[in-house]
Design a protein around this ligand. Structure first.
Ligand SMILES: Cc1cc2nc3c(=O)[nH]c(=O)nc-3n(C[C@H](O)[C@H](O)[C@H](O)COP(=O)(O)OP(=O)(O)OC[C@H]3O[C@@H](n4cnc5c(N)ncnc54)[C@H](O)[C@@H]3O)c2cc1C
Ligand code: SF4
Length: 865
């Protein structure tokens, strides 16, 4: 038994923490939930039960949404009781409801009465000091007489006062003028009458108002408040982060990234739009902190399109003929590949139910820690707002998960929702062991998601990965110790986090822009399962062959091996030292922990750095190279011997740079400011990302232009329309420069862009080069064991098939474009499926890898049952 408290659950439910992992007990949990539901809301329970027993047949999508919404709130209340967190959840709900006033203020006042009425040209007409004095007095009267709910937040207080005065003014107007919206026989309430009179009298006494007519006086008060709010927007920095002033920007697809071309002679060079750069703290989580209010602002902006069955963020954006729409830069608006219930989850979050929201999210996306903010944006691209900024759905999703993880036993609540969710009609709870074993190769998003689904179906899973996976959090895994406080017990500062080795490219590739602690969550949750086994440092092909796996009694093999075989830049002197492939570079930083001050490993780099490529991997390599350099120097001069081959001349330069950095840090400390390492690093060479087309043509621009903005903000420069033709070496065989040919972009007669070589060359000095020119399907096993799989000659991906179950199982070649996971392998009734980045119908992103697993798990379950 684990140390610490294990039976922290509400005794009324007669379940222990350990019971929550046993399928039969989960069944009991479900029965208890239904009883609870029936007691608290018999009418809604009957609706839910009817839906469940009919398996959703005959229901309209909007009707299902409605049922899921009320059921999710009941799940939230039930779990709150089970985990004794009703108080905590009520506090969140109350806070959400309190903050609603801010969004009302935004809609009714800022948008309607301020920005619609006043124009920037009129700004100087208003005397800000006078308006401030006027409002100061209003605030005083309100607080002295009729408003109590004041807090530290100026935005909240302002919203409260303005909304109260709007209400007073409205009732006076109805009373004196009548209004089509006023109820029949409308009578002004005594309270409002009193408040209005106090306000008017006070302002008159202070000579701030001189109108006799009460109705007109109140109109003038509202007008002055509007003028004050308008001027404040331009003249008062303290409102810069007010959500009520936040307006969605229009989207200009041709100019998604704002940048500067600072050098007329070097027009291909692009730098950050602003002159200042964003300071980044080494390899700690590199992301802005958001307040709860910012998240609620996104939720408030959502139109809850499920009500009209138009939630394109989830289902995709269709035209009138039922075809999926492409946006102006050619991205098909598929929506969330997992069809997450986004709209519904926003709706319940707005009402103050984050746990209900998480229950809705996990219904389709149980591995949600692996998705979300700074990872995926298919949903955002599909959002109904196509001409203006979309709702920041991934930010909301990740924040909701964090809100729950912050609660006592929040980790365990999330974990429970991955194996029990009464909203799932087919699989409300994990099943018992079904006697069958499945072998999964690869612990990336495809592998861990597939393992999750198959474990819930009752399969035993063995997973291997060629990367060494650390054995950590043992007490939580082997002894099933409950995680009470995730942020104290599990969370690690990314700067000092040793690589887990788990999570495939999300661990070794995607950088600290994303919170890798989410991988810890998935890792513990998966490894706790008794039917799950992982063997790391084992390579499919070398340590395990297909026949061996069958001999070990497995019924199925799933290849979740990601992409491999990087595209190279095959030009002269490619063998120069300090030219790295992106996988090698990022893995050395993140898997071998070169970035970790406590780890005895260093990867040699020099500035200036050049990264060749235009995808997200290139973006990540460029920011990491820039930020790794100071860490590299710090470790190099720490006194440890890293066994690097460094010449005297190089050492001299390193030493100079190290002194500069040390000095800047010292000066910054004395001046009580953050060190300006970005400008310093730029002055000693910096990092350039070089792409052979225009930045607007780059895959990163189409897929996630926000990351280009972040990259420029961090001080990386971009050079577009440069194609590498030769590397130059120094006397030590290190790369010293790259020669590029300039590329000319033209439009052909149909308006299509054409790129042609110009015959003009330019040399860029380089101390390190990282090549990030894309990777291809991982069919290395087939190279080592030819003939095991059919590989499509054109695409290089596995040829795909669909199983046909007709007594026995046969494979039918996949039609072009349809989703499929079966390879051509079919021997003695045994099959091999392929997922994620190695599957031509799912490759390219984390969420697509997960979607492949969700899709494949269903098919495997079918053929093996
Ligand atoms: C730098 C970088 C940035 C990225 N940024 C984003 C992003 O912002 N958003 C996004 O959605 N996607 C991003 N991606 C892509 C995303 O990470 C991948 O699409 C996703 O991880 C694919 O999942 P997967 O499970 O198919 O493969 P992987 O994550 O690659 O996992 C495959 C696993 O299989 C293991 N393996 C491979 N061969 C063998 C073998 N023979 N034997 C045993 N084990 C083996 C590997 O070690 C690895 O752990 C990025 C990728 C990189 C490299
Ligand atoms: S996120 Fe966008 S598409 Fe989805 S429900 Fe909200 S507004 Fe509609």
């Amino acid at each position: 038994m684990a140390e610490g408290i294990t039976d922290f659950l509400n005794p009324t439910y007669e379940l222990t923490f350990q019971d929550l992992f046993i399928p039969d007990k989960l069944l009991q949990l479900n029965i208890k939930f239904e009883k609870y539901f029936q007691t608290v809301n018999p009418e809604k329970f009957n609706e839910y039960f009817k839906y469940k027993t009919s398996k959703g047949n005959g229901y309209k999508e909007s009707e299902i949404s409605e049922i899921l919404i009320f059921t999710s709130k009941i799940i939230s209340d039930f779990l709150a009781e089970l985990f004794n967190i009703t108080g905590e959840l009520n506090a969140i709900k109350n806070e959400t409801l309190r903050e609603k006033i801010i969004f009302l203020f935004k809609k009714e006042f800022i948008q309607r009465l301020v920005f619609k009425k006043y124009k920037i040209e009129d700004l100087e007409k208003y005397n800000f000091n006078e308006l401030n004095d006027f409002v100061k007095e209003i605030k005083l009267v309100c607080y002295n007489n009729f408003l109590k709910d004041k807090n530290e937040d100026d935005e909240f207080n302002t919203a409260l006062i303005v909304m109260e005065i709007l209400e007073i003014a409205k009732e006076f107007r109805w009373f004196y003028e009548g209004d089509k919206f006023a109820p029949e026989g409308f009578e002004i309430s005594e309270r409002i009458k009193k408040c209005g009179k106090i306000l008017i009298e006070d302002l008159k006494k202070k000579n701030l108002l001189n109108i006799e007519d009460e109705n007109e006086a109140l109109k003038q008060i509202v007008e002055k408040l509007a003028q004050w709010s308008f001027v404040r927007y331009y003249k008062d920095d303290t409102v810069n982060n007010w959500v009520s002033y936040k307006e969605p920007h229009k989207i200009d697809f041709e100019n998604l990234v704002k940048f500067k071309r600072p050098d007329e002679e070097f027009n291909e060079l692009i730098t950050n739009y602003e002159n200042h750069y964003r300071y980044r703290e080494g390899f700690s989580l590199n992301d802005y902190q958001r307040r709860e209010k910012d998240i609620l602002s996104e939720v408030d902006y959502c139109m809850y399109c499920h009500e009209r069955e138009k939630d394109s963020c989830s289902k995709g954006f269709y035209d009138k003929l039922g075809n999926k729409v492409k946006n102006p830069i050619g991205v098909t608006l598929n929506g969330c590949p997992l069809n997450e219930k986004i709209s519904e989850s926003h709706y319940v979050r707005k009402e103050g139910y984050p746990l209900a929201s998480l229950a809705l999210i996990t219904l389709d996306n149980p591995m949600c820690p692996g998705t979300g903010h700074r990872i995926c944006n298919d949903c955002m691209k599909g959002c109904i707002f196509q001409k203006q900024e979309p709702v920041n759905i991934p930010l909301v999703e990740s924040s909701i998960l964090k809100e729950i993880l912050k609660l006592p036993y929040g980790f365990e609540i999330y974990s429970l929702l991955t194996r029990w969710n009464p909203m799932s009609i087919e699989n409300p709870e994990r099943k018992n062991f079904n006697g069958k074993k499945i072998f999964i190769v690869g612990a990336g998003p495809a592998g861990y998601t597939l393992a999750h689904y198959l474990l819930n179906e009752g399969f035993k899973i063995k997973m291997i990965d060629e990367i060494e996976i650390r054995e950590v959090f043992k007490n939580y895994i082997e002894n099933n110790k409950p995680v009470k406080n995730y942020f104290e017990e599990i969370y690690e500062d990314l700067n000092y986090r040793f690589s887990l080795g788990f999570g495939g490219a999300t661990e070794y590739g995607i950088t600290v822009r994303w919170d890798k602690n989410f991988l810890n969550v998935i890792y513990i949750n998966l490894l706790r399962n008794e039917l799950f086994e992982i063997e790391s440092g084992k390579k499919f092909g070398r340590d395990y062959t297909v026949d061996q796996i069958w001999n070990d009694g497995y019924e199925h093999i799933a290849l979740c091996v990601g992409a491999a075989k990087p595209n190279d830049v095959k030009v002269k002197n490619r063998d120069a030292k300090l030219i790295y492939g992106s996988t090698e570079f990022l893995s050395d930083l993140q898997i071998k922990d070169a970035i970790n001050p406590a780890k005895d490993y260093l990867l040699k780099v020099k500035l200036p750095g050049i990264v060749i490529g235009g995808g997200l991997t290139a973006i990540d390599c460029s920011t990491e190279l820039l930020n790794y350099y100071p860490v590299f120097l710090e470790k190099l001069f720490s006194g440890k011997d890293y066994n690097l081959n460094i010449s005297e001349e190089e050492m001299k330069i390193y030493s100079e740079h190290y002194e500069l950095i040390k000095n800047e840090k010292k000066v910054a400390e004395v001046e009580n400011r953050k060190p300006d390492l970005v400008n310093l690093l730029r002055s000693i060479g910096g990092v350039k990302l070089v792409y052979r087309k225009r930045i607007n043509d780059a895959p990163s621009y189409r897929e996630n232009h926000e990351e280009i903005i972040e990259c420029l903000e961090q001080g990386v420069d971009i050079v577009e329309l440069f194609s590498p033709v030769e590397f130059m070496k120094d006397s030590e065989d290190n790369v010293s420069a790259v020669i590029f040919e300039k590329i000319i972009v033209e439009k052909d007669e149909t308006g299509k862009l054409k790129f042609r070589n110009s015959g003009e060359f330019e040399e860029l000095h380089a101390g390190t080069v990282v090549i990030a020119a894309g990777t291809n399907c991982n069919d290395i096993y087939n190279d080592e064991h030819p003939g095991t799989f059919e590989i499509n000659e054109k695409t290089g991906y596995f040829e795909l098939y669909n199983p046909s179950i007709n007594g026995n199982i046969t494979l039918q070649k996949n039609e072009l474009g349809r989703k499929a996971v079966f390879t051509s392998y079919n021997k003695d009734g045994k099959f091999i499926t392929v997922y994620g980045d190695s599957n031509s119908t799912f490759y390219g992103s984390v969420v697509k890898a997960m979607a492949s697993a969700k899709f494949g798990a269903e098919q495997i379950t079918k053929i093996l049952s």
